[in-house]
Design a protein around this ligand. Structure first.
Ligand code: AVJ
Length: 331
């Protein structure tokens, strides 16, 4: 896969956006048709993030019940001096699943990387975030990459920029969207991208009481429900589906045994839906599985990193241990 480059001027400085050509332009349609044909119907969570979905996710991040965003931010503020010492100067900072993150601003301001490369599947959100950072930090070299970071990825090379160390920043506990087995495979690929001596800075949501977790994924104002249901709206709009949103309801719960949140869309009636000429039947109570969000005890995640040949250099956490930020070096 070769990236295609498109440069564009922002008020100050240049933001380059590279688009990794999608080898399957019908990826969304194929994934939806295949997913709805499974015994347990499922759609991958990466499809939440159309424009409205990205907005709704930002809204989730500000909810009282959704503790991860504010907790991770507080941890970053606390640990940033220590982290900067650990990372050193002249870094190339690669960020996966960037969004419009305040956490990233703190990191960039303090470590002043030679290059910043946000990687995100949501092109509009990526452009906005990258443009905002280029305006905020006129000295910063920004090259955004529109790509699915869950797939194997070759980063463009930059010549003539001093780089001593590659750093991958993966905040937000997005790694929770992978099963532990997929997370291990992902960490091994990140290891390959970093090379020995590179450092992964990763936000991880910890195991905690079911009460707190259930509320975080089923908030009182129904923003998470709206975020989940927006997936059906997107299928209707982009794939010509005819889901009736009023006939599905948001369902989210923490499975303590598996250590993960599951999100589903539950059919309230017997019904069928048509997408691209295909018919999908739903029994009352049947669900579409839309997301998992795996939680890790600190020692569990350290072991997962170790299995991918990472040495944990530091674990930063809050007093209640609601969230953890790991700095792990590829060895
Ligand atoms: C973006 C995957 C980290 O799992 O907490 C939030 C997504 N889903 N509320 C998470 C999400 C419902 C979020 N991640």
């Amino acid at each position: 896969m070769l990236p295609s480059a498109a440069s564009e001027a922002s008020p100050q400085g240049i933001v380059r956006i590279y688009r990794l050509l999608d080898p399957r332009p019908d990826g969304f349609l194929n994934d939806v048709l295949a997913g709805l044909s499974l015994p347990q119907k499922a759609v991958p969570p990466k499809y939440f993030y159309d424009e409205r979905g990205s907005q709704l996710f930002e809204e989730i991040c500000g909810l009282d019940e959704y503790y991860p965003t504010r907790t991770e931010l507080a941890i970053m503020r606390e640990c940033i001096d220590d982290l900067a010492k650990l990372l050193g100067p002249d870094t190339e900072l690669v960020e996966f699943g960037s969004g419009a993150s305040v956490k990233t601003r703190i990191l960039i301001e303090r470590i002043r990387p030679s290059l910043y490369m946000p990687v995100d599947i949501a092109e509009v959100a990526l452009r906005e975030a990258a443009g905002g950072l280029a305006r905020l930090f006129p000295w910063l070299n920004v090259s955004g990459l529109v790509a699915d970071f869950a797939q194997p990825l070759a980063l463009p090379e930059f010549v003539g920029v001093p780089v001593r160390r590659r750093v991958v920043y993966f905040p937000g506990s997005t790694i929770g969207n992978f099963t532990p087995g997929e997370a291990l495979a992902f960490l091994r690929r990140v290891h390959g991208i970093l090379g020995a001596g590179g450092v992964l800075v990763i936000g991880v949501d910890t195991k905690k009481s079911k009460k707190v977790l259930d509320a975080a994924y089923d908030d009182a104002r129904g923003v998470t429900a709206e975020f989940n249901l927006n997936l059906l709206r997107r299928i209707n709009r982009e794939l010509g589906g005819d889901f009736q949103l009023a006939r599905f309801r948001h369902k989210a719960f923490y499975d303590e045994t598996a250590g993960r949140i599951e999100m589903h869309l539950e059919s309230t009636h017997a019904q069928f839906v048509r997408i691209a000429g295909r018919r999908f039947d739903f029994a009352p109570g049947e669900t579409i599985h839309t997301e998992i969000s795996c939680k890790y005890a600190i020692e569990e995640f350290r072991a997962l990193g170790h299995a991918a040949r990472f040495h944990t250099q530091a674990v930063y956490t809050d007093p209640d241990r609601l969230f953890a930020v790991f700095a792990m070096m590829a060895v």
